[in-house]
Design a protein around this ligand. Structure first.
Ligand SMILES: NC(=O)C1=CN([C@@H]2O[C@H](COP(=O)(O)OP(=O)(O)OC[C@H]3O[C@@H](n4cnc5c(N)ncnc54)[C@H](OP(=O)(O)O)[C@@H]3O)[C@@H](O)[C@H]2O)C=CC1
Ligand SMILES: Nc1nc2c(ncn2[C@@H]2O[C@H](COP(=O)(O)O)[C@@H](O)[C@H]2O)c(=O)[nH]1
Length: 316
């Protein structure tokens, strides 16, 4: 039998009785690892989305961030953020260059507050080795492992030592993995299955199209949501501005795109142009307002209310 599985665009949340007098009473903050953040949402660790300045911008506003792992001096980044009194959150891979970066951090006596293992299929032997290594060498860092898309994978990453798990395979806007390999799992099914399988926080990664998709991801059991294209079109985003016929765009490219890799080898991502929208401040404010509204429709005052709502599928 072939299962039918759903994406955010296929479902809606059923309203409950609102118990607050104003949406302002609804609290969108979330405890994630050792810190509490303003929102359960953060920008993807992609070179066309975040750079060191973007990370600092988010950290100063008490939003979680993760620096990408491409051509980054982890020692300089961690030292710089911590010297500014901010938390350090880095990404690593599974190869020798990562081992060198981690050795350099250790030698410098640095320990990032958050480390994200960033690989396409985190349910693999190389990821297991790296996760066990990081947990042994950096026991004080909060380790996020991923990406995965099934309950079985989520359980294994938790067993390997991950403090949080990131789920989402081939659901991203610049992803071509599903076209090139045939593999993908829709986000509602991914998040529901994976979140239910583990006791550590689950991050829903990719596929956020509408602001309301954040609430849907939380209703599926996610504790945090990661998004790339949502954050890619702004002054503070890392991508380059491009002008075509007087209209401005920003470049947004996949981490597995030729553009990011510098060569056409195992390419599973593409580059697109997204509309340029100016400062990101208004977006962050609106995302928070929209999520406060979602919590009010869920009949609560806190994000946990979203876990109690009924989700229905709509026929297209
Ligand atoms: N969330 C998603 O759905 C996806 C995300 N991405 C993003 O693209 C970037 C590149 O990811 P990734 O390819 O993992 O990292 P890398 O290209 O850095 O590969 C890491 C290492 O893992 C090996 N490897 C990668 N994929 C496989 C595989 N399918 N089977 C066996 N070995 C493998 C590679 O060897 P070799 O190259 O020799 O095989 C390489 O040595 C990441 O930032 C990731 O987040 C990419 C695809 C999907
Ligand atoms: N298959 C690929 N997935 C990729 C690549 N680069 C990043 N990603 C994933 O996409 C999300 C962002 O998705 P969005 O829908 O919010 O834009 C990101 O966090 C990664 O998990 C890639 O080259 N190929």
């Amino acid at each position: 039998m072939i299962n039918t599985e759903l994406n955010y665009g296929d479902v809606y949340l059923v309203p409950k009785k609102t118990i607050v007098d104003s949406r302002k009473e609804c609290d969108t903050s979330v405890q994630f690892g050792p810190r509490r953040f303003a929102m359960p949402l953060y920008a993807a660790n992609m070179k066309s989305v975040v750079d060191a300045e973007t990370c600092e911008y988010f950290a100063r506003r008490n939003w979680f961030y993760t620096m990408h792992r491409f051509d980054v001096d982890a020692v300089a980044f961690v030292r710089d953020m911590q010297a500014k009194g901010l938390f350090a959150s880095i990404s690593v891979g599974v190869n020798g260059d990562t081992l060198q970066q981690l050795a350099a951090l250790k030698a410098a006596g640095l320990s990032p507050e958050y480390i994200t293992l960033d690989v396409a299929n985190g349910w693999c032997v190389k990821a297991e080795r790296m996760i066990r290594f990081i947990k042994r060498e950096f026991p004080d860092s909060f380790l996020i492992g991923g990406n995965i898309a099934t309950a079985e994978a989520a359980r294994e990453l938790q067993e390997w030592g991950c403090d949080a798990i990131k789920a989402g395979i081939a659901g991203g806007r610049v992803c071509i993995t599903k076209n090139k390999t045939g593999f993908h799992r829709p986000m509602v099914a991914t998040v529901r299955d994976c979140a239910a399988a583990v006791s550590v926080p689950l991050i829903a990664d990719g596929g956020i199209v509408e602001h309301g998709d954040v609430a849907k991801a939380l209703a599926c059991g996610a504790s945090m949501v990661m998004a790339g294209s949502l954050f890619a079109g702004y002054d503070e985003s890392a991508g380059e501005i491009v002008e075509i016929d007087g209209k401005h765009y920003k470049e947004y490219f996949g981490s597995a795109s030729q553009f990011n890799k510098g060569e056409y080898k195992n390419v599973e991502g593409k580059k697109i142009l997204v509309e340029y929208k100016g400062s990101i401040a208004r977006l962050l404010h609106e995302l928070q307002e929209d999520l406060q509204s979602s919590v009010s429709y869920a009949g609560g005052r806190e994000l946990s209310a979203l876990r109690t709502v009924q989700m229905i599928a709509v026929a297209h």
